[in-house]
Write a protein that binds this ligand. Sequence first.
Ligand SMILES: *[C@@H]1O[C@H](CO)[C@@H](O)[C@H](O)[C@H]1NC(C)=O
Ligand SMILES: *[C@@H]1O[C@H](CO)[C@@H](O)[C@H](O)[C@H]1NC(C)=O
Ligand SMILES: *[C@@H]1O[C@H](CO)[C@@H](O)[C@H](O)[C@H]1NC(C)=O
Ligand SMILES: *[C@@H]1O[C@H](CO)[C@@H](O)[C@H](O)[C@H]1NC(C)=O
Length: 791
Amino acid sequence: MMAGYIRTQTLPLMLLFPILLGMTHTAHSIYPRIRLSHKELWQMNRTWVFQGHTGPLQPQTMQLDESHQRLYVGAKNALFSLSLDRVNSHHRQVSWASTESETEECLMKGRDKHECANYIKVLQKYNQTHLMACGTGAFNPICALVQVGHTGQDKLFMLEEDSIMSGRGRSPYDPMSSCTSTLSGGELYIGLYTDYWENDGALCRLNNHTYTRTERNDREQLNAPKFVGSALIPDNDDRDDDKVYFFFTEREVDAEGVNRAVYTRIGRVCANDQGGQRMLVNRWSSFQKTRLICSVAGPNGIDTHFDELEDVFLLNSKDEKNPEIFGLFSTTSAVFKGYAVCVYHMDDIRAAFNGPFAYREKPEHRWTPFEGRVPFPRPGSCASKVSGGGFSSSKEFPDEVLRFVRSHPVMYRPVLPQHHRPVLLQTEPGGRKLTQIAVDRVQAQDGHYHVLYIGTDDSVILKVITIYNKDTDTMEEVLLEELQVFKVPAPIGEIIISPKRQQLYVGSKVGVAQVRLHQCDLYGSECADCCLARDPYCAWDGLTCSRYYPAGAYTKSRRFRRQDVRHGNAVQLCNGLQIDDEQWQRGERKIVYGVESNSTLLECVPRSLQAKVHWFLQQAERKHEIRGDERVIVTSHGLLFLRVRGSDAGVYVCQTVEHGYVHTLLQISLHVLGGERVESAIRTANDGEGSKTAAACHTVLGSPPGPSISPKSSQPPSVPVPNSRLWYKDFLQLIGYGDAEKVEEYCERVWCNDKKRKKPKRKYIPAVGEKRGKRKGEDNSHRAPRHTLNT
Ligand SMILES: *[C@@H]1O[C@H](CO)[C@@H](O)[C@H](O)[C@H]1NC(C)=O
Ligand SMILES: *[C@@H]1O[C@H](CO)[C@@H](O)[C@H](O)[C@H]1NC(C)=O
Ligand SMILES: *[C@@H]1O[C@H](CO)[C@@H](O)[C@H](O)[C@H]1NC(C)=O
Ligand SMILES: *[C@@H]1O[C@H](CO)[C@@H](O)[C@H](O)[C@H]1NC(C)=O
């Protein structure tokens, strides 16, 4: 359990793009609601990290195997099999480095030492017992099969020595090269650069016998592609109609062969494509592509396009024919860097491929829909007895069809995203880049939600939900959590989600982390804490904030589940449970001492970064809000008195408002001590003796530590009656024992010496209803001595 104070107060790293573009996004997602450091995640047991033993792991590719409960990782010179339960325990490893002579040869070609290694770029399930792995092999690609499974109790993970073969056409040469692959029916579909010089980008299929690919040096088919993703998606129940889709970017070419804009493309081929008989031999007879659009409309009618595909995620459902496709895009503009996530439906993709072919007379002309006669069977369709016009192989297709498909690889209609706009938009003035995306579909009480996990280049995972409002045709993004999954900043290279295990597996060059998707109890222990979190995984069950399961699935009666993801309306859902007056009296109570004329900070940092903090001063029966002036400043850490006065003493109430819900976090009794009395106490205390310090404290404060009192009855300003050893701690801090740890130690000693006042060992027990208290000894490093804080 972590303390309720999230301290990070960095400036917003993300500004909303729509502000720039004059769009109508709501502003909720400017800040994450919760931000958790690596240390915090680790302390909560929410993450485990596997780092290997020899240098940075440099994972290149990962593969989830739920049936064997393993995560396979292709790294530098090694393959790993990790436990899905805990990635950092019981791992198996296969070392697969390049030989000395291979490395030597690579260096002779003028490559760098770090490049001359075997980076595993392809890792695919070959069958139930084997993986196919291919690596760069020090610029000499190499493949092998790896045996997986069990041997008795043990996990099996073994490279089949006699399966080692050339990886040419199966793995790129360059470790930095983009590459995407998918394996189905023993055939490897792969987008890669097949040559040493990276001139030949190709979409290929390989098996034992055949090699089918895009045309060489045909810039209409592929031009300087960057390969991002691929998947086999069935069209219908006829297996012969299965298609393999590739996601990539490429450059437009104009008349002079000059490369122009970058576009994102979706391309596809028939899985059973055998190429042609006389022409297009070993070439795709079904390759087609079109543009994926992700853009926002500007106020002046000019759209802003996000054309650079960074990552793609296929969210599968029971209907394997219709996964939802999430693309993470960036702008290619030099003026600003923005990111967007767009969602595509297979219906729209199929409609684009079934629409008109694109045609232009000359490269400098505009594309128009092709209006001439289209041969039969329609170019791009698969050979099938059922739906492909009765052809049993593409080798039987008429030449006319092959010629047409060869000269018309581009479709006229692009694919537009759902709602014709991104579901998420962000721009990074702070320079943070978004690199990866994975998505979970979550059933909440008020419907289904997509939870987006977006990886950044600084080791962070953003957990976001996006909510579409039909009435206003607007999108709301809610940044639920910002999780720093690695200790050091590194670009997230891969995110794999296991909905079954409710875990994310995240790769970056420093290691592989596992992170639980949710931690409901973190939000707090009240109904309102849970509702305001708007986390579709979590609901208030009457006692705690806990995992939400759809009705019927588990024993807890539905009646007691409270959750409102769409609106986070805690007022409506939870207010019946408490009376306003009572709310006012809630909150942890604290006593703070200030020294006259010195600065004092009343700390209050809500757990939610989206909550607005209000301060009230309660004097007699009246309370009034403190707006701040040149002497009293409302800061994000709390209320800061630059020069505290005797008349400032009183009870200060720290309240937060979030989504209209008012929460009292703290009631702080501020006591102001006269400067001279403190000076003399310091002199005594500096002599060092605990008992003397205690005596000094008594002189100053006029009263020994006594039984607990309620702050209500305390009589400010000058005769506080503190109630615990915290009293010593606060006092010592006040008089300048800057080192918080020493203070703690010191207080411990003073307290223990005081035999008469023997008390049971203090344990951290959060008060019921409020867990905002700080655990003993925790986070002390943040705790500046109160009177030395600078603004
Ligand atoms: C984390 O796990 C350790 C060991 O399993 C346990 O002692 C500790 O209490 C756990 N911490 C939390 C916050 O659950
Ligand atoms: C998987 O393929 C390998 C290599 O072809 C073969 O030896 C093995 O028997 C296959 N396993 C199964 C379960 O088919
Ligand atoms: C590849 O060849 C081996 C041996 O010739 C055979 O056992 C295996 O089934 C073949 N795989 C495919 C995908 O054709
Ligand atoms: C109060 O402030 C004065 C001047 O800034 C400083 O000299 C003095 O040490 C401070 N007193 C305490 C108790 O910190």
